[in-house]
Ligand binder design. Sequence first.
Ligand SMILES: [Cu+2]
Length: 320
Amino acid sequence: MNANPIFWLPSASVQGHAVDTLFFALLLVSGLVILLVFGLIVSFAVRYRHGSPAPRGEMPALIRREFEIGWTAATFFLFLFLFWWAAASQLSGYDPPQEAMEVHVTAKQWMFKTQQPSGPREINSLHIPVDTPVRLAMTSEDVIHSFWVPAFRFKRDILPGRLTQGWFQADRVGTYHLFCAELCGTDHSVMGGSVTVLSKSDYAAWLRAQPQGDDLGEAGGRLFVRLGCAGCHAGRSPVHAPDLAGLWNRTIPLADGSQVLVDERYLRDSILQPRREIAAGYEPIMPSFAGSVSEDELAQLVAYIRALGAADPAGETTTR
Ligand SMILES: [Cu+2]
């Protein structure tokens, strides 16, 4: 693990450099404003000290108005620019690239469980390749936690019953601290671990060394049969339920006339609250599986349905 510098923790992700640039720009602006204000205070104090011969007449109204308009407009646009800069850099963290590698994170008191789609599971640890966008799909089994990797300048709250997403791209090989940044109970202070960024070849070797046969989608397929989903959703089932093949990433019409993109969020909600968003042309007969599938199992089911096929990334609006 890298030594913990007292003053400055070097950034290890693309997003981190952007945050640092913004931070230093703010520091610079603040420094210049402090210099300006204190410079004026000192120079005025000297110039207009008691008994000095400096002129003390009124400034002409026209010049005073121009001054006021000038500094009001300048600071307004400066702050607008800073707001746009900060907002843009933060919002891009919610919009992962299509090709991002996906990692599931389940938080619970007091650990982070991570799983990569190809199988490897870890507790309080995550191994990722360098220079690769990584998307985290996170949820909590109990209370609110927060996934914080200071070196990546990445922090995202993890809420129970909701899927939180975020992404980053590590650009420096190393091992970095992972913390829970939301007070979540007795052992909150020890909840955390490490994120290890490996070179691409080291990552491939690490992947090969992991226990095999732990594929998320395959586990989801077994679960799909065990929970009885296959009884209705299989191709030739007598019950009229949507066929799930090729559904992933497609925009489908709902019974209420709206449309929805079939993504992780929609599939999770459809399993837990099946009556909320009914696919057009189907009866609301599916029972809820809330309470009977764990977060891990939900991730497996979603991975299975996803593996059944995907529409092209543009999410065309064909219906079957
Ligand atoms: Cu926590």
